[in-house]
Every structure is written in structure tokens, then in C-alpha cells.
Write a protein that binds this ligand. Structure first.
Ligand code: NAD
Ligand code: SER
Length: 339
């Protein structure tokens, strides 16, 4: 029976991945870890097991792994692209320092590791359409630098030490349970929430900023499928491209207007548009499809219907952890993102 640790468990992905892992393995088998406990539903204390720890603290991580006899780690704790530009030093320390701690401990504790990368590994010189698995990787953000460096670190640990570490380059993720935290693609969840609540929306990306996106159930399925795949089937050990569909803010606004005719979206691009400008419009995921049978279930229309059904039923997006501080990008700040 697997004993699983999920770091960054309070986040947009972690909160949903934990639910699915608990259904698969049993609630007591899945240990959550984050900087602070999740919001307690109705004032009740959070379900155990939960560990408050900082992934930069290797001793604290080692203690958690030992006490809970963990054999598999989903290492999600990270700062995202927009907050990463506001806090580059912290982003380096958390994203790469945390990963290095997990990989080193994975060796000594004989762990299997999942670690997510991102479309942020691509940059201005990368082909923008149908971006290949192996291509120019020149990330323009600190977040992207940590993701590409992390990919290489994962590949190195696999080749040098035989560590079973697996990774996906997630596109921008859309979900209704937990808000995204400080990313460039967060506008999509914000737009859904506004439309579901009968509000208009002002988008911080340009109307034609087309990016690869995915609905959360597909992202969770991809993660589990990759972790279930036979090791010999995996030809990619830095990180797999995975794709579902691409859309621009104006495409999502149109999909919402077809279902909520009163909804209106205006555009005031901010510094996050400069990040989006460096990312691809679509990625090629043939390797993931060939190696472990990746295939998504949701397109834009199916996702839009499902999101609105859940948001309309009162399942509102809960707050994420990493906050975008408007006006702060560009300076090197030392604030307390994620603490
Ligand atoms: P999120 O910001 O919603 O959650 C990240 C969590 O990490 C937060 O709960 C935060 O408190 C925690 N955290 C931050 N610093 C920490 C530290 N030092 N120690 C312990 N916990 C810490 O992020 P997410 O969207 O859930 O993303 C999870 C992973 O997936 C990240 O690695 C991210 O880069 C990657 N990813 C996400 C997306 C997306 O669209 N959401 C896309 C590509 C890749
Ligand atoms: N969705 C993430 C972000 O916008 C990409 O990794 O930062």
C-alpha cells in the first residue's frame, strides 16, 4: 500500500490531487504538506494527516518522510510565473532548492517522485505553434528558468542515480475548486468566476493571447497515468509536453457569452502579458500519447459547460495561496509570498 506525500497540498492542483489520491489509496495514506493548514471547513480542524513545513527545510522534510513511511512524493510546492517575477530570489530558493531537497531525500528514502514543469520552459525563440517536445528552451522568466533547470535536475538524477522521477509540462490549468495562485493563466478562472456570478470581467491579458490550456480533471488524469506507466515505456525523463486545447481570452469570453448573454469582458493587459508573449500558442504532445497513452477528455466547450455547472451550483472557487500584487512586477522585492 502506497504512502504518499503531496507538497503544496493547499494549492490549485494539490487540493484536487489529494482528493483523488485519497479515493484511490485511502484517506490515511495521503499526507498533505504546505506552509500553513488549509482553511478549516465550517471551523472544523483540517483532516489529518497534514504537516506544516517549508520545502526549503530538508531536515523537516526528512522527518515527515520518515514518520509517515512515505514511498511516493508529488512535489507541487512552488511559486508561479507572475509572483516569480515579483520575487525572483524566493522563486529560485523554493522551486529549485525545494526540488533538490526532494530529489536528494528520494535517493536516501527510495522514493518515486512526480514533479510538475510548465509551458514556461519555452521562450521567445521557441517555435510557437505545435511546439515540439525537444526544441529551443530559452525561458524568459525566473519561474521558467527554475522549471527548465528542474527538468534537467530530474533527468540528471534519473540517469546518474536511477531515481524514478517523472514530470509533465502542464499548460495553464482551469478549475473551480481552488483558485490558482499567482500565474499568468489565472485570468481564465477569474473570468469563469465573474461570468458565473453575473459580473463583467476586465482581463489582464490581451484578447488574442492564445495559450495552451487544460481542464483540471485531465491534468489530474495525466498525472496519475504518467505515474502508473511502466518505467521502461518512458522515453522522456526531463518532462513530457501534454496538451488538451488552446484558447485566447476572447475565445473564452465568446464561449461564456454564448451561455451567459449578458456577460461582458474588457481588456487591460498588464505586465503578465509580457510573460504570455514568450509562451507557445500550442504544444505537440505526441511523445506522451505514444509512450503512456495520453489523451484528454475535455475541449473548450466541454470544460465551459462543466465549469459553469459547478460554479452555478454554488461550488465557488476557494482562495489560492500565491497572490499577484498589482504594480509590483519588475522590482526585486523580498516579500513573503507563500508564507
Ligand atoms: P499554487 O500556487 O496554487 O499552490 C502552490 C502551493 O505551494 C501553495 O499552497 C503554497 O502555499 C505552497 N508553497 C509555496 N512555497 C512553499 C514552501 N516553501 N514550502 C511548502 N509549500 C509551499 O500552485 P498550483 O497551481 O497548485 O501548482 C502546483 C505545481 O504545478 C507548481 O509546481 C506549478 O509550477 C505547477 N504548474 C501549475 C500550473 C497551473 O496552471 N496551475 C501550470 C503549470 C505548472
Ligand atoms: N499556469 C502557470 C502560470 O501561469 C504556468 O505554469 O504561471
Amino acid at each position: 500500500m502506497s504512502r504518499i506525500l503531496v507538497t503544496g497540498a493547499n494549492g490549485q492542483i494539490g487540493s484536487e490531487l489529494v482528493e483523488v489520491l485519497r479515493e484511490r489509496h485511502g484517506p490515511s495514506q495521503v499526507v498533505r504538506l504546505d506552509l500553513k493548514p488549509p482553511p478549516a471547513p465550517n471551523g472544523r480542524p483540517p483532516d489529518a494527516p497534514f504537516e506544516v513545513a517549508d520545502v526549503r527545510d530538508r531536515d523537516a522534510l526528512a522527518d515527515v518522510l520518515t514518520r509517515h513511511k512515505v514511498d511516493t512524493v508529488y512535489h507541487l510546492a512552488s511559486l508561479l510565473s507572475a509572483t516569480g517575477e515579483q520575487h525572483p530570489d524566493r522563486t529560485w530558493e523554493v522551486n529549485l532548492g525545494g526540488l533538490k531537497n526532494v530529489l536528494d531525500l528520494a535517493q536516501t528514502h527510495d522514493l518515486q517522485v512526480f514533479w510538475p514543469s510548465s509551458i514556461a520552459v519555452f521562450g521567445p525563440s521557441t517555435p510557437k505553434i505545435d511546439t515540439p517536445q525537444d526544441t529551443v528552451l530559452d525561458p524568459a522568466t525566473m519561474y521558467g528558468v527554475t522549471k527548465r533547470s528542474g527538468e534537467l535536475l530530474c533527468q540528471y538524477y534519473h540517469r546518474r542515480y536511477g531515481l524514478d522521477v517523472r514530470s509533465l509540462r502542464y499548460p495553464g490549468l482551469v478549475s473551480y475548486k481552488t483558485a490558482p495562485g499567482g500565474g499568468t493563466t489565472d485570468y481564465a478562472v477569474d473570468m469563469f468566476t465573474a461570468a458565473a456570478e453575473g459580473r463583467d470581467y476586465t482581463c489582464f491579458l490581451a484578447p488574442d493571447a492564445r495559450l495552451p490550456m487544460m481542464y483540471m480533471p485531465d491534468a489530474i488524469q495525466a498525472t496519475l497515468d504518467l505515474m502508473d506507466a511502466h518505467s521502461d515505456a518512458l522515453s522522456v525523463r526531463d518532462s513530457y509536453n501534454v496538451a488538451a486545447f488552446s484558447f485566447a481570452p476572447q475565445d473564452l469570453a465568446a464561449a461564456l457569452q454564448r451561455r451567459r448573454p449578458g456577460f461582458s469582458c474588457t481588456y487591460e493587459p498588464d505586465r503578465r502579458q509580457q510573460i504570455a508573449d514568450t509562451w507557445p500558442a500550442s504544444v505537440n504532445d505526441e511523445a506522451a500519447r505514444a509512450d503512456w497513452g495520453w489523451t484528454p477528455d475535455y475541449d473548450l466547450d466541454a470544460m465551459t459547460d462543466d465549469m459553469l455547472a459547478h460554479l452555478g451550483a454554488g461550488e465557488r472557487v476557494r482562495g489560492g495561496e500565491g497572490e499577484w500584487e498589482s504594480g509590483g512586477m519588475g522590482e526585486r522585492e523580498s516579500g513573503n509570498v507563500g508564507t
